[in-house]
Design a protein. Structure first.
Length: 164
C-alpha cells in the first residue's frame, strides 16, 4: 500500500514537472512565432551578418558563422509563413491542453494523448527532411508525456471511483 502511494506520487510529480516543461516550451514557441512575424528574410540576413561580422573578420572560415549565414540565406517568405503558423498554432494547442489538464478535465487526458501522438508523427515526418536531433529529443519527451498522461489519467479515475 505504502509503495503504491509512493509510486503514484512520483508519477503525479513527474506529470506536473512535464506539464511545466511543456508549458515553457509552448510559450517559447508562441513567442518565437510572434518574433518571426517581424523577422522577414531581409531582416534575418542583415541580423545574421551583423552578429557574425566580427567573428568572420577574425576568421573568414569560421564554420559556425558561415553556417548561420548559409542558413539565413535559405530562409524564404514561405518558410517564414510556415514557421509562424506552426509555432503559434502548436504552442496555442499545447497551452490549451495544459490548462485543461491542470483543471483535471477527464476528457482532456485522451485528447492530449492523441494530440501528442499526432505531434510525434509530424515531428518524425519532419525529421526525414531535416535530420534534426532536436526533433528526436522532442518526440522522446512527448512519448514520456504520453505515458505520464495515461498514468495520471488512470490515477485520477481510480481516485474518483474510490470517492464515489
Amino acid at each position: 500500500m505504502k509503495n503504491d502511494i509512493y509510486k503514484n506520487n512520483i508519477i503525479h510529480v513527474s506529470f506536473e514537472i512535464g506539464l511545466l516543461l511543456k508549458g515553457i516550451h509552448a510559450l517559447m514557441e508562441i513567442i518565437g512565432g510572434v518574433f518571426l512575424l517581424f523577422l522577414n528574410p531581409n531582416r534575418l540576413n542583415w541580423l545574421t551578418r551583423f552578429l557574425t561580422q566580427h567573428e568572420l573578420s577574425e576568421d573568414p572560415k569560421d564554420w559556425v558563422a558561415n553556417f548561420l549565414i548559409s542558413l539565413s540565406s535559405s530562409f524564404s517568405i514561405s518558410t517564414q509563413h510556415f514557421a509562424v503558423f506552426y509555432l503559434i498554432s502548436h504552442g496555442m494547442i499545447k497551452c490549451i491542453l495544459i490548462l485543461l489538464l491542470l483543471f483535471k478535465n477527464l476528457w482532456a487526458y485522451p485528447l492530449t494523448i492523441v494530440s501528442l501522438i499526432l505531434f510525434i508523427a509530424y515531428q518524425l515526418y519532419r525529421y526525414t527532411f531535416t535530420q534534426s536531433v532536436f526533433l528526436i529529443i522532442l518526440s522522446i519527451f512527448d512519448a514520456v508525456m504520453i505515458a505520464l498522461t495515461y498514468l495520471e489519467y488512470k490515477r485520477i479515475k481510480a481516485n474518483s471511483h474510490s470517492i464515489s
